[in-house]
Design a protein around this ligand. Structure first.
Ligand SMILES: Cc1cc2nc3c(=O)[nH]c(=O)nc-3n(C[C@H](O)[C@H](O)[C@H](O)COP(=O)(O)OP(=O)(O)OC[C@H]3O[C@@H](n4cnc5c(N)ncnc54)[C@H](O)[C@@H]3O)c2cc1C
Length: 162
């Protein structure tokens, strides 16, 4: 089977919430929700919004949830425009789900099995990339990069949801 790349319009359409202009959800209706796939969806959405000039006037952007999708979306959006990007997380920490277990391993491409690249350990992303490893180590690396982007992108703000 040949996978045809999605166009930016397809990507935006797939994430749009009908009847709510400017509201997007990532992954809710998709198969294969993994840490990596959610990062890819988030970065692809922001890229598509930029391509279609939705970020041209530096909109204010709220990202709800500091998981794999939210951290990637917020960081990508803050780098793609100068509008204020606020990421709201209800838990005490970003990527909370990936904390607290060294026994779970994250592999970026494992779900591609039996394709030949399923054992490729590198999550080759333009931002917040990581290598296969214990969930806690992957989390630490992604949070480190996220905080580094927060440090240089003054338009990226973290808020704890009350
Ligand atoms: C037990 C378990 C094992 C898993 N194992 C693997 C694995 O081995 N490999 C793999 O790739 N994937 C695995 N997954 C799936 C992976 O965890 C998810 O694909 C990934 O976490 C999805 O990221 P997300 O950002 O969409 O959602 P989440 O990680 O769920 O992040 C959503 C965030 O939003 C926050 N939030 C929710 N509501 C609000 C609100 N109203 N205001 C503010 N913040 C809010 C939550 O606190 C959370 O931090 C596993 C999942 C579970 C549950």
């Amino acid at each position: 089977m040949v996978n045809t790349p999605l166009s930016p319009i397809n990507v935006i359409d797939g994430a749009s919430v009908r009847g709510h202009n400017g509201l997007y959800v990532l992954g809710c209706y998709d198969d294969r929700i993994t840490f990596y796939s959610q990062q890819v969806r988030a970065i692809a959405l922001i890229h598509a919004l930029a391509e279609q000039e939705h970020l041209r006037n530096n909109p204010r952007i709220a990202v709800v949830g500091g998981g794999a999708a939210g951290t990637a979306a917020a960081a990508a959006a803050a780098l793609a425009c100068n509008g204020e990007v606020v990421i709201f997380e209800a838990a005490s920490d970003l990527l909370k789900l990936q904390m607290g277990t060294d026994r779970r391993k994250l592999d970026p491409h494992l779900y591609n099995w039996p394709q030949s690249n399923s054992d490729d350990p590198v999550a080759d992303l333009p931002i917040l990339g990581w290598d296969a490893g214990a969930s806690t180590e992957v989390r630490s690396e992604v949070v480190r990069q996220f905080e580094e982007i927060c440090g240089r992108a003054e338009n990226l703000v973290q808020k704890k949801t009350p």
